[in-house]
Every structure is written in structure tokens, then in C-alpha cells.
Write a new protein. Sequence first.
Lengths: 244, 261
Amino acid sequence: MKDFKQILDAVKTVSDNQTVQIFVPSDGSKKIFRLLTAKQQKDLIKTVTEKNISPILFIENINSIIATNSVEKYNFSISDRTYIAAMLRAYSISKDFTSNSITVDLTILQDNNIKLDETVCQKTIESSELKINCKIPSLKEDSAYNTALIDVSKNKSTAEVLGEIFIYEVSKYITCIESIPLNFNIKLDDMNIKQRCQLVENLPAKVYNEVIDYINQVRAQENKNFTVNGKIIDIDLDQSFFTA
Amino acid sequence: MIYCKVNQLTLEDYININRFIQNNNTKHITDCFLQVIAKYTDYRGTISLIDGVVILLFLRSISIGASTTGKKNNVKIDISFMPLLENLQNLKIPKKEIKVGDLTAYIATPFSFEEVDYENFIYSVGISRAESQSLTVLEQKQLFHNLPACAVNKIQEFVSHIDILLASIDIYIADEKVDIKLLNNSLFEYIKFFYTENILSVQQKIIKIIQITQLDTGYLLSLPPAEINILYQFIIDEEKRQDNQSNNRGTVIPGTPRSAT
């Protein structure tokens, strides 16, 4: 009979050595990841019990898992998240994913190694008075927004939280707002999250919608890695995705 | 399925269980049942929920009886738990395990009527089942945190499998089918239902027995509740018999020889 510490060390070693190479779209290369542990899977599923902030907590958990399980330190982008999460799920829990009564083998996605197109990584949106610089945020930047959003969303109704999520989502893609006629150039990094969202909320609707168009272009790019035989495998990254 | 020796429950402990149930604190009731199992059986391992329920129903059947009085349409009816006990005893619970390198972690349903976490299902670990060692709650947690993610799936599969087995058991209380599931508290409610007898009537019976027989209270509390009922019934019958005798004596016709009455 071994003592418990020896058993625990043996289990840790086995878990640490279970790794998989996953393609990272923003870098265009494969990186080594440790597989999910039981605790990580349980924590992801458990976020469903949180009322309003459940989707934010869930995404925050995914961000944290990607950072923790990556053997190599790298500044992952939001556009890497769904693909890495899908691959971690396929290799750690089950390769079979059922959506709309159709079961898909997620491991077929491992051959989809399409690097994120440089043209969508950054974009400048211009109107008569404003120039908006957009960029795909990193997971680290996303986490900063998530933390602020969790704070703001406490004690709010679901409808109010959904509104906040929308503004925060758009804000995280904007890096700089410039106006030559009005003589200002604001880097959003220099402001706190609340101020950034207030600024974005007050953008003209036309400009705001162009930012949303840009986000949709980024999503379309991300989907390329989920396309098999011309069809997109539609993955809703939520708690149910991590139950086999 | 486990095999163990089960002794009869004393009235004193039965009254204690009733008090815990009346207080309605799930943690305290769980602890109380675990203590009862430890006191009245020779089983000394980690007990699973189904095995614990089987022991408690069996203990109830030998100490109090296998049925209780319920009501249906305001009419008193007898409700027996023997069908459930027999079905639970015949359940073939699958043996689930998680392989981690050379080690194997074994899964069992924890004996708890409170909400349980996935980590509570990992009850032992070792190279083989024979060599496996039971884990403390803290060790369960530490081990679970480092197991591969498939552990959660194995536990979910285990729970679903037992639920499928339980769903095949047809149990009715007053013509209403009881939906027995592993984690929906139905087994807890069932056990509570059969361990909630009218304590007041038992206490009244004890007072009556003491008044008539002068028997020691401590002695009566050490008897199983079923024997109290037998003793009480015997005393009542004896009282009636004596009443009948004295009534008969009162109707004796003067001058008639006693042997003729």
C-alpha cells in the first residue's frame, strides 16, 4: 500500500504527461497543451448554476484553462479560443459531438490548419468625423473585460446583463478612437473598462454597426477552421459542450 | 451488494432517529443513520448509498416491521417497503473505475442525503481493487482535482446507469408511483417516511406498560419497538381477559357451585 502523497504524485505525473498538439490560428502553428483535468471539466459545467453571469464565468474559465494548459507561454487571441476548446474537449472528454441530432467526430477538425488572415487582425473604420482602429483582442484583454463585466452584472436582471455583454463585446475590439475635426485621439488602453464602454455606447450608430460588421468578418474567418466538406460545424461554446 | 450481520434497533435509538427526522437537518439525519449502521451492523467499510438504504430498510423490518400505516382517500392502508427492499437487494450495481497510468480510482455512490459533488464518488484508489485504499474527504478532493477529465464522464455514466436500474423498480405509495433516482432525494424521503412512526403512541404504550407491570424504563427502551408493541398487546389482551373473568364472576348465580359457571 502506497501513501497518499505518492499516489497523488503518480496521478499528477500521468495527468501532466497527457498532452496534445493543437493548431493555434492566430500563430499559424501547433502548440502543446495538457489535457483537461476532472476539476477543470467540473468547474466549467458548474458555471451553469450562476444565474446572470453564467456565460461570462464560463468563458473566463475557458480563457484560464487555455493559459494554464498551454505548455508554452503565448499571447492567445480570442479567435483561438473556440478551436482550442473544441480540440481539448475532443481529446480530453470525447471526440463525438452531437448537434441537432447529428454526431460529428471533432478530431476531423485537426486537419483544418488555417492561419488567421492578416487582413482581419486589424481594421480601421472611418467616417466623416471619426477614425476607429479595431483589432482582435487577446485572451488577456478579454479577461480584463470579463472581470469588469462580472462586477457590473452582479444584482442585475438578465435583460440588463445581456445589454452590458453586447457593449463590452464591441468595446474589446476597439483600440483607438480618433477625430481630426474634434482634435482628439484616445487610446482605449489608457482608460478604465467602464469609461471605454461609455465611450463606445455613445458612438454614432453607423460607426458602431461597422464595428459589428468587422466582428462578423472575424467570426467568418474563425469558422474556416470549423468547415468540413463545405459545411460549418456549428459549435455553441457553452457548458453542455463539455458534457459528453 | 455487501453482506453483514444486523442487530435489532432499540426503542431508545429509534426515538433518537425520529427526533433527528423531526428536526429536519439533512446533514444530522445522514450522520445519525451512519452511526446507526455502524452500531447495529458489523460492516466497517465505506458504505454506498444503495447499500446503506438496504441496511436501513432491513433494520426497520426486523426491529419495527416491514410496513407502516398510510392514508389513501382518507382510509388507513398498510404500506410495505418489502418490494423496494427486494428490488434494491437484487440491483446489479456496475463496478466503475478510472485508469490513471498504473493506478485505478474506484467509483461508488457516497452515503449522503445532502447534495454530493463529483469528487465524493471517488472512494478509493490503488493498483488493484484488493490493494486499493479508502480516501478521506480531503484526499478525495485532491485526487479528483488531478484526475483526467474523463473521470467526470465516468461518474455521470455511473449515475445514469444506476438511475436506469432504479427506474425499472415499480414502487407505489398509496397508488402513486415513486420516482426513485439516485440523486433526487427520493431514497432519503422513502427512508424518512418509514422511520417516522407516531412516537407519541409508542410513549403512551410505554407509560401504560410501566403503570401495569412496574417494568424498568431503561429495560423497555433497550427493547426493539416491535417487542414493545407485542408486550403492549399482550398486556391489553391480558387486561381484557381479566376484565372478562371478573365480569363473569359478577354474574354467578348465588348457590350455584363455581365449577358449574
